[in-house]
Design a protein around this ligand. Structure first.
Ligand code: PMP
Length: 385
């Protein structure tokens, strides 16, 4: 049996779930990225750094929910915060005391953000940041890059907007191409430049400092708004380049539904609802107490600068070791993509990662987990020789 055949044999319940769910959801799916053939793996529960499949197997969770799962599955501080919020009642339909505290923590932590607003997803955060840039500049063109992913309706996997991407006036450049991009910026009168400091979905490809510095200089010179989409990368050390706006998501809400956009006071003030010409920003769940409470606990009690530094150092070591084993692994800090196809063999060895090879380390992963992972990789490569 090959690894795919073993996967099929080992996971009859996941197969049955996919089949049954497909009678009420297209393809049994409500989140495209989770699908893979012959059928996707489904989980029963998670604990710490581990996931337990419907078929009862334990997997080390190296995917970390595409970066949102940084705290792991059952951090007691986060769980307490969520329970506290629930005990106080849900869905107020009014302001609460928590949103202000989370905003303080976010503005303290992320240097580009003077004023912040919350959303329910990274996608929304990027949409609102773009709306602000267009409003501020009274221009329409937005520069993005091939391979970029800024959300379900903001994706450019092959250099053209995906079929469900919103109809902005897009200009698409080549990622990390300094001179080509400089020329594009000078050619088009841009409202905004929207860029991930490291392509996340696009394969954990970091931009060079020179590229980001060029974007900063050209945005300033031409009056375009520079937006860093840090929905994935905000856990990494800062790039040293300051955008005008920054978007966040994922772990910042403690693992609950979350997004945020923020930046320069002079720009963000356009969303002040007391202004007669204010931009509107709606969202029933923008200040929901569960996300606010989990986010506060995570940023103030769990993700200390030391804890984050250690996590990123661990990722840097792992990436170097995997490359030494002969794999092609790119990324920064705790985020990386293995560009070799080991997916089903790693599943067989008890490791969960994205089908496309993405790994986002979470806090509860142990050195033993990673040692086991390196052994599994070595065994797979040995078998292939
Ligand atoms: N931007 C980037 C860089 C992302 O990686 C993602 C999600 N993977 C998003 C935006 C969209 O975030 P969400 O899924 O919360 O809408």
């Amino acid at each position: 049996m090959n690894a795919v055949e073993r996967y099929v044999a080992r996971n009859p319940r996941s197969a049955a779930r996919a089949q049954a769910a497909s009678t009420v959801m297209p393809g049994g799916n409500t989140r495209t990225v989770l699908h893979f053939d012959p059928f996707p793996l489904a989980f029963e529960r998670g604990e710490g750094a581990y996931l337990y499949s419907l078929d009862g197997d334990r997997y080390v969770d190296l995917l970390g929910e595409f970066t949102a799962g940084l705290y792991g599955h059952s951090n007691p501080v986060i769980l307490d915060a969520i329970r506290r919020a629930l005990d106080g009642g849900i869905s107020f339909g009014g302001h609460n005391a928590l949103e202000h505290r989370l905003a303080e923590l976010v503005t303290e932590r992320f240097e580009p953000i003077e004023l912040v607003r919350f959303t329910n997803s990274g996608t929304e955060a990027n949409l609102m940041a773009l709306a602000l840039a267009l409003h501020n500049t009274q221009r329409t063109k937005v520069l993005v890059f091939t391979g970029a992913y800024h959300g379900g309706v903001l994706a450019f996997p092959t250099g053209v907007p995906s079929s469900v991407t919103v109809p902005h006036d897009w200009v698409v450049g080549a990622y990390d191409d300094v001179e080509g991009t400089r020329a594009l910026i000078r050619e088009h009168e841009l409202a905004a430049i929207l860029v991930e400091p490291m392509l996340g979905s696009g394969g954990c490809i970091p931009a060079s400092k020179a590229f980001l510095e060029m974007l900063r200089a050209e945005a300033t010179a031409t009056g375009a708004v520079l937006i860093f989409d840090e929905v994935m990368t905000s856990r990494l050390p800062p790039t040293g380049v300051l955008p005008d706006l920054m978007t966040l998501g994922k772990y910042v809400g403690g693992g609950m539904s979350f997004g945020a956009f923020g930046g320069k006071r002079s720009l963000m003030e356009a969303y002040d609802p007391a202004r007669p010409d204010a931009l509107a920003h709606a969202g029933t769940f923008n200040n929901n107490v569960v996300t606010m409470s989990a986010g506060i606990a995570g940023l103030s009690e769990v993700l200390t600068p030391g804890a984050l530094e250690a996590l990123n150092a661990r990722g840097d070591r792992l990436r170097a070791e995997l490359n030494d084993l002969g794999l092609n692994v790119t990324g920064r800090g705790s985020l990386m993509t293995i560009h070799d196809d080991l997916f089903f063999e790693l599943l067989d060895a008890g490791f969960w990662l994205a089908k496309r090879g993405m790994i986002a380390l979470s806090l509860p992963i142990t050195d033993e987990d990673l040692a086991g992972f390196k052994t599994a990789v070595t065994d797979i490569l040995d078998r292939r020789c």
